[in-house]
Design a protein around this ligand. Structure first.
Ligand SMILES: [Zn+2]
Length: 401
């Protein structure tokens, strides 16, 4: 048997947690307006992309903002990297990035609709990165129906809108210098663009417009996940960030009726090995896997990986993402068994388990709890805060300066 008993190996090599520990909260800047735009990666590592818009548009250089073209509509146009920059249809442009600004209707990217601005950047590996640059509230319209079904109770949807808005704004503030703020999948927030929007979730976003969560006046990343299966956990167990009082785990008995409570999935051992190597772990042939060191919420903190060259200890959430969050859904109650070259993972809950439990929020809303109460429960000590607007210009002070 390849896996199973006898996995305790003395002196195994622990992978050090990477050196940089990120801030988990900081004060809101006086003028938030530049950060109330979200840059979502919608295509990464592509070799070409097709753009189309039926409304007036402008095309400019991403770096210099120099105008490169405009028109009343843009017919389907292929954009791809070229030796000198980017090829835009038949035009050869000496730029490393482009901005396509729509003055009305949406822009189609590979036949999927997005609002406002599309940026295309040539990346170091000769591929392109396509980013949707969109206002925070417009961004949420493409997120909310993908993160929570539009037919769920209104108060649960409102709690999700506030959590998603807070999470996106935190990322926008902490990733100013990066090419994009958020991925459009489960690693960032699931973003479906214009096509995902739903009138019900649009209404919920409007009803909570500009509301975010703060702790002692500071913004923090309001993480959330599908089903905590009894207890949420500490943020610093999952990521290289500092502990935070609102992200330290609460007992949740409300997600028992989640349809994602218990799960079991298998992968061939060779595939698990391939996925770990693809995630950057240097290892020989996979010989054994065992969860170890359990946190207060019942989640494994590390996975011991026994392989042909030795032993690795991988932080459990990193291991989950490397194997695939759809296969290894949660580290809570995790069991890893193997037979006949297959590895079977089983456990309870779905997601990283930090912050709001979405299925718990649904049950609390059904019990008549308000979105304020739901947020207060999952993010203890936090406050619902309206976004500060920049102060109006002080003409009197300016005139007599
Ligand atoms: Zn829960």
């Amino acid at each position: 048997m390849l896996f199973g008993a006898g996995l305790i190996v003395a002196g195994w090599l622990a992978i050090p947690v990477s050196a940089e520990v990120e801030a988990v909260s900081f004060p809101l800047p006086e003028d938030l307006s530049p950060h109330e735009r979200i840059r979502v990666a919608v295509v990464t590592g592509g070799s070409a992309v097709q753009l189309y818009t039926r409304s007036a548009y402008e095309l400019e250089s991403l770096e210099s903002k120099a105008r490169l073209g405009s028109g009343r509509r843009l017919d389907k146009t292929q954009v791809m990297p070229s030796a000198g920059g980017l090829r835009f249809g038949t035009r050869e442009l000496q730029v490393s990035g482009l901005r396509l600004i729509s003055r009305g209707a949406q822009i189609q990217v590979n036949e999927k609709d997005y609002r406002e601005i599309i940026q295309i950047k040539k990346t170091g590996d000769g591929k392109i990165l396509v980013v949707n640059d969109v206002g925070l509230e417009e961004y949420l319209r493409g997120v909310l129906p993908r993160e929570m079904p539009a037919n769920w109770p209104i108060e649960a949807l409102k709690a999700q809108a506030v959590a998603s808005r807070t999470f996106a704004l935190f990322q926008s503030l902490s990733r100013r210098d990066r090419d994009y703020t958020l991925a459009s999948d489960v690693i960032g927030q699931v973003y479906g663009g214009r096509a995902a929007e739903h009138w019900l979730t649009d209404r919920v976003i409007a009803q909570t417009r500009g509301e975010i969560l703060t702790y002692a006046g500071d913004i923090f990343p309001a993480y959330f996940s599908s089903t905590c299966a009894g207890h949420t956990t500490h943020c610093e167990y999952n990521w290289d960030i500092h502990p935070h009082p609102s992200l330290s785990g609460v007992s949740c008995i409300y997600c028992l009726r989640s349809k994602h409570y218990g799960w079991k999935n298998s992968l061939p051992a060779a595939e698990v090995e391939k996925r770990l190597k693809r995630a950057g772990y240097r290892m020989g042939e996979l010989r054994g896997l065992a969860p170890e060191e359990w946190d207060e919420s019942g989640r494994a903190r590390r996975i011991q990986v026994r392989h042909g060259m030795g032993t690795l200890a991988i932080r459990a959430n990193d291991f989950r993402l490397a194997v695939g969050p759809d296969i290894l859904r949660s580290t809570k109650g995790l069991r890893i068994e193997s037979s006949g070259g297959q590895v079977t993972f089983s456990g309870v809950g779905w997601g990283h388990g930090v912050g709001m439990c979405q299925w718990g929020a649904k049950a609390l809303a059904e019990q008549g709890k308000s979105y304020r109460e739901i947020l207060q429960f999952y993010y203890p000590g936090s406050s619902l805060t309206p976004l500060k607007k920049p102060k109006p210009l002080d003409w009197f002070g300016w005139l007599f300066k």
